[in-house]
Design a protein around this ligand. Sequence first.
Ligand SMILES: Cc1cc2nc3c(=O)[nH]c(=O)nc-3n(C[C@H](O)[C@H](O)[C@H](O)COP(=O)(O)OP(=O)(O)OC[C@H]3O[C@@H](n4cnc5c(N)ncnc54)[C@H](O)[C@@H]3O)c2cc1C
Length: 306
Amino acid sequence: MKPAPFDYCAPESLDEALSRLGNSPGAKLLAGGQSLIPMLNFRLLSTDLLIDLTKISELRGIQPHGRSVRIGALTTHQDVETSPLIRERFPLIGEAMRHVAHLAIRNRGTVGGSLVHADPSAEWPLLAVLLNARLQVAGLGGQRLIEAQEFLVGALTSSLSDDEILVRIDFPALPRHTAWAFDEVALRAGDFALCAAAVTLSTGGSFLTGGPRITDARIALAGVADTAIRAPAAERMIRGQRYLTLELVDQAAVCARDAISPNADLHASADYRRHLCHVLVKRLLGEAARSSAAFAPSSAPVVEGK
Ligand SMILES: Cc1cc2nc3c(=O)[nH]c(=O)nc-3n(C[C@H](O)[C@H](O)[C@H](O)COP(=O)(O)OP(=O)(O)OC[C@H]3O[C@@H](n4cnc5c(N)ncnc54)[C@H](O)[C@@H]3O)c2cc1C
């Protein structure tokens, strides 16, 4: 199908794009087009004006910002996957990118487009809530910062107003000794995840203060709710522990599973998604714990057994 007719413009600055957007109620912003163009083609959406953001160079790029990393909204998934800075500071993000669709889509699709599109199964919303990302958005009245969990309002819904543009996303550094793990289950490679999960375990303290402990634990899930979510009750079970046993890992995974109410759809039942949540969280907590074993007392391995 062809989209309904629309006008097109390609501003070269953020100010110009904001002004076109402010003067054209109902205009749509085009980034990589990997979600928007199919929706226009299927006539699930229509617009009088398509504002192409791709010529606005100030919206692109990956920069260090203190200990944070700042990613421009128009940066592609592939730019992130191949970035040396991401590899050094956020290997978890690089790993997650390999699961976003196929290479051709990663070459065009953008970080900002994915966050604004807010698909509940997408990787960027999950990374943003896991890493406490802050999103900088601009409107004609000025700019504002939004926490990831407030930005993601529901399925395919963000808190961005119609006259605002997402400019960049800041990912604050994780604590120094942080182990991580990411994985997802999809029907085929490149498909959206039925369930995706990521965990981080940060350890701190010294033997002088009673030995290292897990100072921060984060668990994020996608595909099991209307937005990407954290599992706060499961995180609390782990935070403050000296080391993780298999029993505790399983209890935390059960806790994460029991807190979700996934929807059923053509691809998976709600029960299967709950099962995936349990399996993934248990596996990832174990993986992250094992790779942080160096920070645990040698007599108390982070995870006992396999
Ligand atoms: C076959 C297929 C498989 C896919 N699989 C996955 C997957 O496994 N995981 C995954 O995460 N994604 C997947 N995607 C989606 C892909 O990641 C898209 O790149 C992404 O969802 C949208 O990014 P985009 O840059 O293409 O945005 P667009 O399609 O251009 O825009 C999407 C929406 O965001 C708005 N928008 C874009 N940029 C801005 C901005 N800076 N400010 C304000 N609004 C903005 C647009 O107006 C539109 O409403 C898949 C897509 C396809 C076609």
